[in-house]
Design a protein around this ligand. Sequence first.
Ligand SMILES: NC(=O)C1=CN([C@@H]2O[C@H](COP(=O)(O)OP(=O)(O)OC[C@H]3O[C@@H](n4cnc5c(N)ncnc54)[C@H](O)[C@@H]3O)[C@@H](O)[C@H]2O)C=CC1
Ligand SMILES: O=C([O-])CC(=O)C(=O)O
Length: 313
Amino acid sequence: MDRKKITIVGAGNIGATLALLLARRETADITLIDINEGVAKGKALDIMEASPILGFNAHVVGTGNYEDTAGSDVVVITAGFPRKPGMSRDDLLFKNYEVVKSVSEQIKKYSPEAFVIVVTNPLDAMTYTALKVTGFPKERVIGMAGVLDSARFAYFISEKTGISVENIKAFVIGGHGDDMVPLPEYTTVSGIPVRKFLSEEELSEVIERTRFGGGEIVQLLKTGSAFYAPAASILEMVLAILWNKRKILSASVYLDGEIGKYYGATGLCVGVPIVLGKEGVEDIIKLELTDEEWKAWRRSVDSVRNLVEKLPL
Ligand SMILES: NC(=O)C1=CN([C@@H]2O[C@H](COP(=O)(O)OP(=O)(O)OC[C@H]3O[C@@H](n4cnc5c(N)ncnc54)[C@H](O)[C@@H]3O)[C@@H](O)[C@H]2O)C=CC1
Ligand SMILES: O=C([O-])CC(=O)C(=O)O
């Protein structure tokens, strides 16, 4: 059986970490492409040189030429600028728009059948950009943020309760910004509602920390943003598609029609619960939200809309 081909655009912190995680799973051959060809080639070779020790059979190649990415099954866009302390993700809008636009044009040309997972910030606006520029069906262009935000929410709950992370199922929807919407009603500890374990005050602390989880890492690193947990989150999404897991997870997808009206977000990409499988976005799930959650959701959607309206699309 032919192996699948995955292209990772951007061989920086997230791209290279993801390449190693994917290589270790032996699921696909990997092409790392970067505007800085030496970085892509150097990191790909470095990963391959780890393979005899770690014992994985996968080909990771680095390149600066899109011809080498041709016919990819999945393309992950991590190319672009990360923020530094004092910046919001939204401050990256115009610089990263140019990057994602040019990358999307190449994906359209060389891998017209690919699933595209967008990672570059500001995430929801960049997902919308990739969708519009590639012209791919909305089922095939998916932004990664909800998996990461939900993982942070789960980790902070585990830390607070002293219960294993393996028991925590947490859910965050909305745009990937400070007004994202963590959902305690849909968050459980071994199936038991989280409110049985945490007081309202403790829960508020955890929610606040989740909302600013990306910023907390930026403040600590000083030179860029998180990459281990983001790469792990992308891995989960890639495997859900390649192995047809039909996994329910939160991701930024295009909302239109009846589901767009339900979420009050027609014509936008924003984080909602989806079923992710071999067709990409196989379903979008409607959630019952409290009045307060709807209010928070609408605020988050408005933030995404404000950004998208600034783009020349
Ligand atoms: N969606 C999410 O949840 C998250 C998104 N991010 C975002 O992901 C992006 C990447 O983050 P890092 O990997 O930490 O940054 P990084 O700076 O380590 O790597 C970015 C790479 O992109 C390359 N690049 C720039 N323009 C390019 C182009 N036109 N074509 C190909 N490659 C190009 C750079 O040379 C660099 O190697 C940032 O925009 C960051 O804000 C970061 C964390 C989480
Ligand atoms: O905060 C950032 O700039 C990077 C990011 O999106 C995250 O870590 O959630």
